[in-house]
Design a protein around this ligand. Structure first.
Ligand code: N7H
Length: 471
């Protein structure tokens, strides 16, 4: 019987998941969770179709079922296990001669990311050379543990094999960094990966979620794989290499702190960065507190802060606590667009994606305090990755209609200060000088833009295992 993807409250141990999880790739409904990754981007050589098909069919892709088994086994014996994912482009389906009916239908997927450059304000001619030409696929290899030695050995083996029939056009290495609370952080120093759509009841904590419920049905990110058997599902996958100018950002963050809160302590000035991102560095949502360690005067545990996700912006219709251009308010307005444009909360939430990014590039980190001690201007960033069921209405909508839009959610509030591209916010970003007091909101001289630069990217499909075998 066909599985109903619109059902909510699915269980990791339920029959529906058992029906699909041996054929569905891992890392889609649930992250593979490993701290080191390799991303091998390739383009098959001309006239190698039969060899290409044989290569793809021979890859030991990690299914969702295998991923769960492996993580149990690693918990028990401490041995790190390799995760392998495979993502193919529309150009690859064409190269392989897959019929129209068996090729995933999403039109952005079929035409590729470069075709959307105009609407995303991308400049592919300035991308790294490997991303400028055709890409047929990406192999994701991932491993946990303290270093990436074994992963590098596996990466070389796969690359060597692949190069007999394909050009490896780019290889990226992702290596997670944790803060003193053991939470994953990105290069600007902020905890990332807190807010995610949740697809299993086991991932929800109902007594904490009172105003924001992150439970979604599987159809938020899964679609039928037209090449696979019954109940074969895949997901559209977006990859973007986003370079971060850490020094530029940190200098601007400090300047904003001095501008908004002159004379305040360094600690109090942290509120400026929190207003730009929407969370303090440790993950505390700025909508809930003007301090990173207490809510309404009550201390909050470090381990708890990094999971705080139970909030909306309902009580902050002026942006007096969390400005409208802050990154997390732009990329998940939690009801702002319903309030402003009468769109239902349910349809606003359908723009959500499952984010699976990891950071790249080396940093100097104090082994004891975990403080990041250097401030590179290039060579570090985020390998942004997301799964969705529709690239136009999810990734592209968020980037284009929210992040790049100076007039969302209110007119002239400016684009997203972190990822807005081609924004004309010069002079638009506004902040309160007193937390929560709308009468103190005024435009700031310090403006944020262009500290994140897109270096390349592509749209892919993560096929089912039976879909790969049927190629
Ligand atoms: Fe963002 N950052 O460090 O500032 N992001 N992001 N992102 N992002 C989030 O709540 C960051 C990027 C989203 O549900 C956090 O999980 C950086 C792109 C969404 O409340 C932090 C880069 C897109 C959310 C960052 C970057 C998004 C989110 C808080 C690039 C989509 C969840 C942690 C270098 C097009 C919002 C958390 C919610 C959260 C940062 C990229 C989207 C700290 C540095 C390209 C949907």
């Amino acid at each position: 019987m066909a599985i109903d993807l619109t059902k909510k409250d699915q269980s990791l141990f339920g029959n529906d998941f058992k029906t699909i999880n041996k054929d569905l790739q891992g890392n889609i409904l649930k992250s593979h969770g490993r701290g080191h990754t390799s991303h091998i981007f390739f383009c098959f050589k001309p006239n190698k179709v039969a060899e290409a098909k044989a290569f793809l069919k021979g890859l030991a892709i990690t299914s969702a079922a295998q991923q769960a088994k492996d993580s149990e086994a690693t918990k028990a014996d401490g041995v790190q296990r390799l995760f392998t994912g495979l993502y193919l482009t529309g150009a690859c389906y064409q190269y392989l001669g897959v019929s129209d009916a068996k090729t995933p239908a999403d039109s952005q997927f079929r035409s590729g990311m470069k075709a959307s450059a105009g609407s995303l304000n991308d400049t592919p001619s300035a991308w790294e050379s490997g991303y400028q030409g055709d890409i047929h696929g990406m192999i994701l290899l991932a491993m946990g543990g303290t270093d990436r030695k074994n992963l590098d050995v596996e990466t070389k083996a796969v690359s060597d094999n692949l190069q007999k029939i394909a050009s490896v056009v780019a290889t990226e290495k992702g290596d997670g960094i944790k803060n003193a609370n053991d939470d994953d952080i990105e290069h600007f120093g902020y905890v990332d990966g807190i807010s995610q759509p949740r697809f299993f009841i086991e991932e929800l904590n109902p007594d904490r979620a009172t105003v924001w419920n992150p439970a979604f049905s599987w159809d938020l990110i899964l679609v039928d794989d037209p090449a696979g058997k019954t109940n074969a599902f895949g997901s559209y996958f977006v990859f973007r290499k986003l370079e971060q100018n850490v020094k530029g950002f940190k200098d601007a963050e400090a300047a904003l702190g001095n501008e908004l809160f002159p004379g305040a302590s360094d600690e109090a000035k942290e509120l400026a960065g929190a207003m730009l991102v929407g969370r303090f560095e440790n993950g505390m949502p700025v909508i809930l507190s003007d301090k990173d360690d207490s809510i309404n005067g009550h201390d909050v545990f470090a381990g708890f802060i990094g999971k705080l996700n139970d909030f909306t912006y309902d009580g902050d219709t002026q942006g007096a606590k969390c400005p409208f251009h802050s990154h997390i308010r732009k990329t998940n307005p939690r009801g702002d667009s319903s309030r402003q444009f009468g769109v239902s909360l349910e349809s606003e939430m359908r723009h959500t994606m499952a984010r699976r990014g990891i950071i790249y590039g080396k940093r100097k980190q104090n082994a004891k305090t975990k403080e990041l001690e250097d401030q590179p201007t290039a060579g570090v960033g985020l390998l942004f990755m997301s799964f969705q069921q529709n690239i136009a209405t999810q990734f592209e909508f968020i980037q284009q209609s929210w992040a790049n839009n100076d007039n969302f959610v209110k007119g002239s509030t400016g684009g997203d200060g972190i990822i807005g591209q081609g924004i004309t916010s010069g002079g638009m970003h506004q902040y309160p000088r007193v937390y929560g007091d709308a009468s103190t909101i005024a435009t700031a001289n310090t403006q944020f833009q262009d500290f994140v630069t897109t270096k390349g990217g592509e749209y892919f499909f993560a096929p089912s295992l039976s879909g790969i075998k049927a190629l």
